[in-house]
Design a protein around this ligand. Structure first.
Ligand SMILES: *Cc1c(COP(=O)(O)O)cnc(C)c1O
Length: 480
């Protein structure tokens, strides 16, 4: 412990560092308090690093230059010169393909290019070119959606939560308007979206039927009365029920709706256009299947399994979609032109399923062959091993097998085989490595399993590889 105190005593005075000419320039630009706060943060990080080294090695010898004023000036400059936007690109090493905290789906190149084109010039967003007068912003995607889904009409709004909310509000707000939902489908998606809460906020009255594990068509029928405004089915999304369970399928619900002349809606959540079982993944109901079953209104997200921008798609029978489109809330939830440009390009890919799987990153990451992932790992490992000859590297790298998950509230209990780069460090624990990699210019978000920091190669893009190498060089400078 003596040696630790001796080392801590060698730290220069904060005031002296703040008087450095280079630091004064930073203060002019970023304010005294910002620079001083950062310096204090750097001090405590440096102290922590020294502690770790000394704990690890009793008679550790630390080089003198890490106590010089210049060292701290350099760290400060490094931080402030790399000062960047708050919203930034990160490398997803979590293996969760549709990761809500990391922006869900990444857009295909064609979609990004279209966003650039449409938003850097004027467009016919709400202009009918044939007739030379006002047009509808939904028209740009409605024809494509109807073609893919075989639906009569479609509109798109800000996200699926807005789509569900607007539909409920359209059909069931007002006194004594009831919406019947199975108790097994009163789900919560990511904290703030709970079916009972959305229902309440929309003005609809929730009528729960059945039990948690079993709901039969008679349960719906026995609650139908003159106040029933809608029959609602909600996709389980992020949970799975097994054992003694029964739910009413879309077709049965449609028949009942027809019998009593009540519209039937399905919140499909993730909404996929392709049959994932073709790629060895579990079956997810597709949006086409739901429309085929005769559901009047189906809603789903644009940025989950569909692989597009954040959006809520509402499709189905024209008479009902038109009613929703006329709801004044539509003005509040309407989709922006950049999203629309991205969505049209993504939908276009779906006209040919092979194109969709090849070009839409979410589909590609989910359907990629395990050997491709293994190859990516081998490539990364070889590059990292090379670093060891030119840099002082104190990591241990290896490629290990693990599992990734789909995310986005889809296929909740399904694990896909994957490969990860496992990283351990001579001195620092996985938590510390994870913290350092999060703090870099292009942060890497990984996962920690049995004391190892893992970068799941399923969600690492080809363009990420060189940045990962750069990150390791930077991180070893920080950790040395
Ligand atoms: C994800 C999800 C929603 C919310 O969709 P957002 O696009 O995130 O607004 C609603 N319902 C279900 C069943 C979902 O899975």
């Amino acid at each position: 412990m003596d040696s630790l105190n001796n080392y801590l005593r060698k730290f220069p005075k904060i005031q002296l560092i703040l008087q450095d000419e280079g630091v004064k320039k930073l203060i002019e630009k970023y304010s005294y308090n910002a620079v001083k706060d950062k310096l204090e943060e750097i001090f405590s990080e440096e102290k922590e690093k020294i502690k770790i080294k000394i704990n690890f090695q009793d008679n550790a010898i630390l080089e003198d230059n890490i106590f010089k004023i210049e060292h701290f000036v350099l760290l400060l400059k490094d931080y402030f010169n790399n000062f960047s936007f708050s919203l930034k690109r990160v490398i997803n090493g979590t293996g969760v393909v549709v990761h809500t905290n990391l922006g869900r789906s990444i857009l295909p190149k064609a979609a990004v290019e279209n966003v650039f084109k449409i938003s850097s010039s004027y467009s016919n967003l709400e202009f009918n070119l044939e007739e030379g007068m006002r047009g509808k912003r939904y028209s740009h995607v409605e024809i494509l959606l109807n073609r893919i889904l075989n639906s009569e009409a479609a509109i798109v709004v800000n996200n699926n939560a807005a789509a569900v909310f607007m539909a409920l509000n359209t059909f069931a707000s007002g006194i004594k308007k009831e919406v019947i939902v199975s108790r097994g489908e009163l789900v919560e998606i990511g904290g703030s979206f709970r079916i009972p809460d959305i229902m309440k906020a929309s003005g609809a009255q929730l009528i729960e039927v059945g039990t948690t594990n079993k709901t039969k068509i008679n349960d719906y029928e026995s609650e139908i009365n003159e106040n029933t405004a809608l029959l609602l089915k909600v996709h389980h999304s992020n949970f799975k029920m097994t054992g003694f369970v029964h739910e009413v399928n879309s077709k049965e619900l449609v028949e009942t709706g027809k019998k009593y002349n009540i519209p039937v809606m399905e919140d499909l959540g993730s909404g996929s256009f392709i049959k994932f079982e073709k790629f060895g993944l579990p079956k997810e109901p597709t949006a086409q299947e739901v429309v085929d079953a005769g559901i009047d209104i189906v809603t789903f997200s644009g940025d989950k399994l569909l692989g597009g921008p954040q959006a809520g798609i509402i499709a189905g029978k024209k008479e009902y979609v038109d009613l929703i489109a006329k709801n004044p809330l539509n003005r509040a939830f309407r989709i922006d032109k950049m999203t629309l440009a991205a969505l049209e390009a993504v939908l276009f890919e779906y006209l040919d399923i092979n194109n969709a799987v090849k070009n839409i990153p979410t589909l590609r990451l989910l359907s990629q062959n395990i050997l491709e992932i293994k190859k990516r790992g081998a490539k990364l490992l070889a590059k990292l091993k090379k670093l060891e000859s030119t840099h002082k590297i104190m990591y241990n790298f290896s490629i290990i097998e693990d599992f990734s998950i789909v995310g986005g509230g889809a296929m909740p209990d399904y694990e896909m085989k994957t490969y990860c780069l496992s990283v351990t460090h001579k001195f620092f624990a996985a938590e510390k490595l994870s913290e350092i990699f999060r703090s870099l210019q292009i942060p890497i978000i990984g996962k920690i399993k049995s004391g190892e920091f893992l970068i799941d190669l399923r969600t690492v893009l080809d363009d990420d590889i060189n940045d990962i190498i750069d990150n390791f060089i930077k991180a070893s400078q920080i950790l040395s």
